[in-house]
Design a protein around this ligand. Sequence first.
Ligand code: NAP
Length: 286
Amino acid sequence: MGVGIVGLGLIGGSIAYDLAAMGTPALWGLSRSLQTCGQAQELGVVTTAATEPQALTHWHETTLIIIATPLDQIVPSLARLLPFLDPQTVITDVGSVKAPIVAEALTLWSRFVGSHPMAGTHESGFAAARPGMFAHAPCVVTGDRAPAEAVELVERFWRSLNMDLVVCSPDAHDQAVAWISHLPVFVSAGLLLSCLREPNAVVQNLSKHLASSGFRDTSRVGGGNPELGCLIAAYNRAALLRSLDAYAEVIQELRGAIARGDQSQILESLQTTQQQRSRYCSPPLR
Ligand code: NAP
């Protein structure tokens, strides 16, 4: 099947690497950058690459298009393709928030199926793309409102990259990633911002000097890409607020137990977290 990729960054470029290795015919890429188009073609990662859809000639043989642009550019990217699309072409995306994107995309193209391949690194751009990034990682497909054969095509596609499929609604996806991906960004950012508010310069400098592996682990996602955090806050606001409110409540409960010197409450809470953590991390992290 012919495949198109819009946005040859970390995710789009890595998909292209895997598809090229599988010998996908008529594999095209759309990039804003001439340099990326040239590199992707030279490396044999795509058959053809262009900066404008009108420069491509593969529309009638394109079965599937994957949109791999930033969250706020997924629907605009789809809109730019509309004049060229073959009516049978199925479109998916890779955005890390699903409900608002799927709802808007379906108003433009009925054969749109939302996806979220849950693999990546902290890097970005085509230079960071690499083959084999998706193997054995989960991929969410949220196709409950698209035609069944379009959903099946998208599922087959992600399976061909050796991904483990998870089928759920866009809303369930967004609340789940709010808990395990988006809340951690803001908890971690909150940790860093709180430490930076320490008014005593000696203590603040000392804490920076003493910070070690525990602080590195808990602050990592809060020290990531600010633009990405802003997009998450904008696109997954309701689910993120729900998780943040629950988190604030738990912190207040823990604070109360510490203030009261309620050792049994503190112990019970920490025993629960010690026992339950491994259920979120497979294989269990130490
Ligand atoms: P990235 O490396 O920055 O790639 C995004 C690509 O989108 C850019 O390389 C660029 O490609 C294109 N682009 C950027 N701004 C654009 C604009 N205004 N108009 C059109 N195209 C634009 O980011 P990424 O990490 O691959 O993320 C892409 C998508 O994957 C996002 O929706 C994100 O939610 C999702 N995602 C990311 C990860 C992760 O770990 N990073 C994991 C799962 C899903 P060209 O230079 O080729 O135009």
